[in-house]
Design a protein around this ligand. Structure first.
Ligand code: PRP
Length: 220
């Protein structure tokens, strides 16, 4: 017996936006995963349970098969790589951009740049592709502070409204990637549990299609 299907969700905005899609697919948490202190949460389906994790940990749990599937931002997949994962569905939620940013009105960079980010692999690849040598400083949050205090000339971070950048005197510069949340599935689990995982993919795909059809019909 393989036990219940384990679905790892990314906490925060992705969690909030993916719960209605899960509900439409027939999966309703037994308690509010946004406020519960429980790390494993049962659902209306006895054969499905939820984990609520940081995005970077969702990819780890699903890659190692500790979770069968997950919901995670494309930014995390670009950073961690998609090895061992299928990416069957773009859920179209938590849309934002991975961007470079610097102080408003900052000078263009030269052949070498100091970059603060938690997306070290994304940043290294982006600058390498432009022939720029990037000295990467890994941070775990509040990236916007780095240029203000002279720690780095550029940051690579998620930009949604741009309010955080503006509030700190920064401006968005180059777009590295468009981001939305994806359903990811462990490749081995897909072979071992094709029925349950197939139902999950189909149920969520249907929920996304219904949501998009409703949005298209809604008066503007
Ligand atoms: C993200 C990101 C920015 C902010 C951008 O942080 O790191 O700080 O959102 O959003 P905006 O363009 O709408 O201002 P988040 O709040 O997700 O927390 P994090 O630092 O844990 O990633």
């Amino acid at each position: 017996m393989a036990g219940p299907l384990t679905l790892a969700l990314t906490r925060g905005r992705i969690l909030k936006d993916c719960l209605p899609l899960l509900a439409a697919a027939g999966i309703v948490p037994e308690e509010d995963p946004g406020s519960s202190r429980k790390l494993v949460i049962g659902t209306s389906r006895p054969d499905v349970r939820l984990l609520v994790l940081r995005g970077s940990d969702v990819t780890v749990y699903v890659r190692h098969g500790a979770a069968d599937a997950g919901v995670v931002g494309r930014d995390m997949l670009l950073e961690a790589g998609s090895e061992g994962l299928y990416e069957p569905l773009d859920l179209g939620i938590a849309r934002c951009r991975l961007m470079t940013a610097g102080m408003a009105g900052c000078a263009p960079i030269g052949a070498r740049v100091r970059v603060a980010t938690k997306f070290v692999n994304v940043a290294r690849r982006f600058y390498a592709a432009q022939g720029v040598q990037a000295d990467i400083i890994k941070l775990y949050g509040a990236m916007e502070l780095a240029p203000v205090l002279g720690l780095a000339e550029r940051i690579v971070d998620i930009v949604d409204t741009g309010n955080t950048l503006r509030a700190n005197g920064l401006e968005p510069l180059e777009t590295i990637a468009e981001v939305s949340s994806r359903l990811v599935v462990n490749k081995a689990a897909m072979k071992l549990r094709p029925r349950l995982l197939g139902e999950l993919v189909d149920g969520l795909a249907h929920a996304v299609a219904c949501r998009d059809a409703q949005a298209a019909e809604a008066p503007r």
